[in-house]
Design a protein around this ligand. Sequence first.
Ligand SMILES: [Zn+2]
Length: 149
Amino acid sequence: MFVCPNCDFQLAEKAKLCPSCKADFGAGSSWVPVYQDPPKPFAPNEVPLNERIGYLVFIVFGIADAAYGVYAGQVYIPAKRGGGSHIQGPGAWVLVVAILVGVANLVAHILDHYDRRDNERVYELFNTRTKYAFWGLYIIGLFMPSKWW
Ligand SMILES: [Zn+2]
């Protein structure tokens, strides 16, 4: 499709004049319509079912871990080879917030699948921000002293 070089208005084929800004494309005029690829049709994000289930499992575990953290005043951090460790004190509270941010991030991933609107950019921004917030808080929580005194 061709658009007006002056105002980006979409032009009819072989237009001699821009209907919007009246730029003249006739002979002797320096205005020439420019070709632009037509916009791609919008396709909402799809999240495969197994991924959605995976997110859901993490959400449930995350909420359970955060609830346990609030209840017990300590947060359990699982380790790869079992065992894991318990973080207590102020770090535990930072970790509870980190887990809830992580849960919000995963909830948004699932919502994105069911949200058919053309707003993927909003999810992208939310995803990036909550991801950085999660890792930031997580690391701060892990390395906070378990007691202030
Ligand atoms: Zn124009």
